[in-house]
Unconditional design. Structure first.
Ligand code: UDX
Length: 452
């Protein structure tokens, strides 16, 4: 008799951005290893679309674009997202109806990025099980729930009061009101509305989160109670299912050879993920500070990531010479391999969730330079909860850059952070190995998917 479970298909719906696509593909690989077939339903991604096709064994379908993108011009991020969800409902239903025809109704579940909640309409119409996937932390999901219940006008008045800013949210220690991620999404009211939409689980039966009990146990328990659906912490997914690509840019592997020539734990690795930008002035202060610290550094400068400059080539000769004396610059690095390299002593990061997990898994302490929204919350956890990093706040100035690098790489304080990072590393690794909490959660999920 044919094994029906092995043939059953999961439809994955990612957000078209590196930090979202990577963990979604890792989840796909983890489920593929458990015997499921994977179809990725993607919108017409610009940059990462072609590299996505290389994930072995996955099928891909494109959700037809149902609206003219010019209609989205001028919208803030929250409004953009809500409009995108509205306009994609019909085209996704069409996409699923075609898939059901082709697959002889063999779809076990639709798993969609929490921001792609338009998928629920199709799941409901075709009576298909659905599960939400959150590529960021459990604590961010908690914040979305809190924000969804706030009233914009009152919150704005409250936040003018410094006492209120520092107040811890009831039952959510150590989260303070000022930690709620409200920057980078445009005006507050649309953001709160977006949170209401995102936390509405509709008919989804569960939420998968790329995190682990050992990192965020209280946020996970809170969510379990609040949402009333099963919460599966499956992270860090990059250990469970490592994957070559998909990558925004071609990895420059020459930096590994450069790292091979450096002394152990001496190098600061600098990367701001796939989207963040910095001003030329900040970059120059960083260059001076790094250079003055006398530590070697590996710096990822993506094309266009320095506002008002084409990267290191367009900087004054004196500065690029100084940078190249101690540093090595690449446009895109094999980040996980770099973090695992014995020469790396610290990670200067914008604290995207993937970068945070990748750094902890390698036991590398961090210099946190969060730029917006959830990155600030991740940085707060890194500095104050896990105590494995230093946060740089306010304007970046060469003296504080030099000081932070020395504190992290050369001083006792940094050694303590590294020690704690190594303890956390072991705990995280244990979660994905036999009988660990993420390992068990994955098996539970598989069991549920097979019996839906
Ligand atoms: C953003 C958010 O910051 C993140 O918190 C959210 O969960 C997803 O969207 P991004 O800003 O790109 O993501 O940061 P991050 O989550 O850290 O993801 C970046 C990814 O790119 C990491 O997996 C990292 O390994 C990879 N990367 C980055 C490289 O492979 N090479 C590089 O040179 C730089």
């Amino acid at each position: 008799m044919e094994n029906r479970a092995e043939k059953r298909r999961i439809v994955l719906v990612p957000v078209a951005a590196q930090g979202h696509v990577t963990p979604m593909m890792q989840l796909g690989v983890a489920l593929q290893l458990k015997g499921f077939s994977i179809t990725v339903a993607k919108r017409q991604f610009k940059q990462i679309s072609s590299s996505l096709q290389h994930v072995p064994g996955f099928d891909f379908v494109t959700i037809p674009e149902s609206s003219d993108m010019s209609e989205f011009k001028g919208l803030g991020p929250a409004e953009f997202l809500m409009k995108l969800n509205k306009t994609n409902e019909a085209s996704f239903k069409e996409c699923i109806s075609q898939l059901l025809l082709q697959q002889g109704n063999d779809i076990a579940c639709i798993i969609y990025d929490k921001l792609m909640y338009f998928c629920e309409a199709a799941a409901k119409e075709f009576k298909l099980p659905s599960i939400i996937f959150s590529t960021s932390s459990a604590t961010i999901q908690v914040c979305y729930c809190v924000l969804s219940k706030l009233e914009a006008e009152k919150f704005l008045i409250d936040m003018k009061d410094p006492e209120m800013q520092d107040k811890v949210l009831e039952g959510l220690h150590p989260l303070r009101y000022k930690d709620l991620p409200t920057s980078g999404f445009g005006p507050l009211e649309p953001l709160l509305e977006m949170c209401r939409e995102v936390v509405n689980t509709r008919t989804a039966s569960a939420i998968i989160i790329n995190t682990a009990n050992s990192l965020e146990s209280s946020s996970l328990s809170w969510l379990q109670q609040e949402l009333g659906i099963t919460v599966y912490p499956l992270g860090p997914l990059h250990i469970t299912a490592s994957l070559p690509g998909p990558s925004l840019l071609q990895e420059d592997r020459s930096c590994v050879e450069w790292l091979n020539k450096q002394t152990p734990r001496s190098v600061i690795y600098i990367s701001l993920g796939s989207k963040a930008h910095m001003e030329t002035k900040e970059m120059l202060e960083m260059a001076w500070g790094l250079s003055n610290s006398k530590q070697p550094f590996l710096w990822v400068i993506r094309p266009g990531s320095i506002l008002g400059s084409d990267g290191i080539e367009s900087l004054p000769e004196e500065i690029s010479k100084m940078v190249l004396e101690r540093g090595y610059i690449v446009k895109w690095a094999p980040q996980i391999e770099v973090l695992a390299h014995p020469a790396v002593g610290g990670f200067w990061s914008h604290c995207g969730w993937n970068s945070t997990l990748e750094s902890i898994v390698e036991g590398v302490p961090m210099i946190c330079r969060p730029l917006q929204g959830e990155q600030k919350l991740n940085a707060m956890y890194i500095e104050s909860v896990w105590r494995i990093g230093i946060q740089l706040e306010g304007e970046v100035e060469r003296g504080c850059v030099e000081r932070s690098v020395k504190r992290l790489i050369m001083e006792e304080e940094g050694a303590g952070m590294r020690e704690r990072a190594l303890v956390l590393k072991e705990k995280l690794k244990a979660t994905v190995t036999s009988a660990g909490s993420s390992y068990n959660a994955l098996n539970e999920l598989v069991k549920d998917l097979k019996t839906q």
